[in-house]
Design a protein around this ligand. Structure first.
Ligand code: ADP
Length: 162
């Protein structure tokens, strides 16, 4: 392997323990992991970009070798502008696979950027940011699924508590 930087892209709206598990495991394989937070205004995120970045920074602060950056536009342009890197994706189930395969092939075709997949930890493979938001919105307990920094923000957002 020649490229020792992993780039882990996503919306991270919000970051979950499933994401953090992938980041931690990617660290074991690469010299540096860049969490690339997509601006994604079209997805109408619950948390604004600045907050998603801030939370990703807070929750990875204790992990050496992790950087949090943001990108807009084509992911491969971001990878190129950084001077290269390997994309990391988490696969939770076959339902992730079709889309991720297509994206990986497109990114390779566009810019020769490689994608590597880490299979989700079964403890978190049912977790998605959108499901966490839906459960939290209706008062369900998502303790253990998201870091404490996210838990308090979800409570504040949906139930006006700090
Ligand atoms: P997207 O904008 O692509 O929906 P997300 O922020 O939801 O991005 O997720 C980013 C990446 O993290 C994707 O590769 C996704 O497959 C992976 N991922 C999301 N949730 C989990 C999880 N619970 N376990 C492992 N990987 C996950």
């Amino acid at each position: 392997m020649t490229d020792r930087t992993a780039i882990y892209p996503g919306t991270f709206d919000p970051i979950t323990n499933g994401h953090l598990d992938i980041i931690d495991r990617a660290r074991a394989q690469f010299d540096a992991v860049v969490v690339a937070v997509s601006q994604h205004p079209s997805k109408n995120p619950l948390f604004p970009l600045e907050e998603r970045i801030a939370v990703a920074k807070e929750t990875t602060a204790g992990l050496g070798g992790v950087l949090v950056e943001s990108f807009d536009g084509l992911l491969v342009d971001f990878v190129r502008a950084r001077g290269g890197g390997v994309l990391i994706k988490g696969l939770r189930a076959v339902t992730d696979f079709d889309y991720e395969l297509q994206m990986a092939q497109m990114n390779y075709r566009l810019a020769g950027v490689e994608t590597m997949f880490l299979v989700a930890n079964p403890e978190y493979s049912f977790l998605s940011s959108s499901l966490v938001k839906e459960v939290a919105r209706f008062g369900g307990d998502v303790t253990g699924m998201v870091p404490a920094e996210v838990l308090s923000r979800l409570r504040e957002r949906f139930h006006g508590e700090g």
